[in-house]
Design a binder for this molecule. Structure first.
Ligand SMILES: *Cc1c(COP(=O)(O)O)cnc(C)c1O
Length: 428
């Protein structure tokens, strides 16, 4: 679905991540002017006669054909996510039943046998697992590149090509999973563009709020208006905000890429449940407020943890000294957001003498931070990571790594929880 420009006084463009998501075009049934979108459920859609059945096509979207190919409810969410990611520039969106299935859709739609897919070495690990466990069996090769070094990406594309292997897709992610390195996105995109290689950004962390994945031109190496070709988003995280729904989206401004994505989406039979779509539609108007609150809490806690003797390093792109801080700053600091924007996510590296058993004991001692995956919901979460196991046997940071995601609890309570858990696990 294409995005429509939201109505605003004097043709002034309204803020795409707040006002536009609240005043987004939607036509309720006659005489029922409620702003919340209705929940339409269907497998079957009835046609008035055979001629109507023959003339309607899922491809053209000139009406509804079958529940799997969309309902008024899913079309509305697609349109809002396209606006969120792309602003007022027209874009297309498809929905998938989870963030990971959205990743699978991108991989399967855009990579062909005898091509390769490139992923950052600090990528969301299930995507790597998809490459080694699924794509490899389909004859699609993979390599991990160093996201902080655009020359490494260029060399991996060029060397493969010299050996007769074209690159079907390059994944980008900002920041990297768990270790939070913020890459020079514009420069990486430029490497892909110069070689005619399609790039896809996992924008779950930025959420369409911290920066625009289709416009990374703030970097001096990248012309304004250039960005990733495809932007994928785990709606499970910030758009939902409830910790209770799984969904993913894939947005592109390219008609040709959208067609490839949509055919694969149809062939795989990917559908989303109407009640889940409703939950995301309900979360969207408050997302920017929640994101800002979780960002503020995370920065306060991350800054405090920097002062703790047990902690060797805090990995949070908004903190000076964190890997790629300057890239984060170049992309997110603006007149509207002088402090930049960041998700409520950060990691700590314990001092090298602190053992995994002690780090695990610290996580067990936390009471408000609960042990669990995912982020973006109301409950603060913590996960200790075995970095060598997911990074080809190496840990560039030396000590044990623990990742936090902030919920909506009072920051004073969360800080007290961290302090009592550090004391209880007697690490100093
Ligand atoms: C959570 C997440 C995903 C996958 O989303 P699910 O809905 O849990 O499958 C993908 N990428 C990133 C960066 C994520 O954090």
């Amino acid at each position: 679905m294409s995005t429509q420009k939201p109505a605003a006084a004097n043709n002034r463009e309204v803020d795409p991540s707040t006002t536009a998501l609240i005043h987004h075009p939607y036509t309720p049934p006659d005489g029922f002017a409620a702003p919340q979108v209705g929940v339409h459920k269907a497998s079957t859609v009835i046609f008035s006669n055979v001629a109507a059945l023959r003339s309607r096509s899922w491809k053209e979207r000139n009406g509804y054909t079958y529940g799997l190919h969309g309902t008024p409810t899913t079309f509305t969410l697609e349109s809002r996510i396209a606006s969120l990611e792309s602003g007022t520039a027209p874009a297309h969106c498809v929905l998938a039943p989870s963030g990971l299935s959205a990743i699978a859709l991108v991989n399967l739609a855009l990579c062909k046998t005898r091509q390769q897919v490139l992923m950052p070495s600090n990528s969301y690990n299930p995507n790597k697992e998809m490459a080694t466990g699924l794509l490899a069996g389909l004859g699609i090769a993979h390599q991990w590149y160093d996201p902080m070094n655009p020359a490494d990406l260029a060399q991996r594309i060029d060397t493969a090509l010299a050996n007769g292997v074209t690159t079907g897709l390059v994944w980008l992610e900002a920041p990297g999973s768990i270790t939070m390195e913020f890459p020079p996105l514009a420069h990486l995109v430029q490497v892909c563009r110069q070689r005619g290689v399609t790039s896809a950004l996992d924008n779950t962390w930025g959420a369409g709020l911290a920066f625009n994945g289709f416009d990374l031109g703030q970097d001096e190496r990248c012309v304004p208006g250039s960005g990733a070709d495809v932007v994928m988003h785990a709606l499970t995280k910030y758009p939902s905000g409830g910790g209770d729904v799984l969904m993913g989206s894939v947005v592109t401004r390219s008609d040709a890429l959208h067609e490839q994505l949509r055919y694969t989406h149809m062939r795989l039979g990917m559908g989303v449940g109407a009640n889940d779509v409703e939950a995301i539609l309900r979360g969207l108007p408050t997302m920017a407020l929640r994101y800002a609150a979780q960002d503020a809490t995370a920065r306060e806690l991350a800054t405090w943890l920097q002062t703790r003797p047990e902690v060797a390093r805090v990995l949070h792109p908004a903190l000076p000294g964190s890997p790629g801080h300057e890239h984060w700053q170049a992309l997110t600091v603006s007149a509207a957001h002088p402090r930049g924007q960041a998700a409520g996510l950060f990691s700590i590296v314990f001092q090298p003498h602190i053992t995994q058993i002690q780090a695990d004991a610290f996580c067990d001692a936390l009471r408000l931070f609960r042990i669990g995956y995912s982020w973006g919901g109301p409950v603060s979460l913590v996960v200790p990571y075995d970095l060598p196991a997911i990074r080809d046997g190496s840990n560039p940071y030396g000590g044990c790594v623990v990742r936090f995601s902030t919920g909506f609890e009072a920051v004073t309570d969360l800080q007290a929880d961290l302090a009592q858990a550090l004391a209880a696990s007697a690490m100093a």
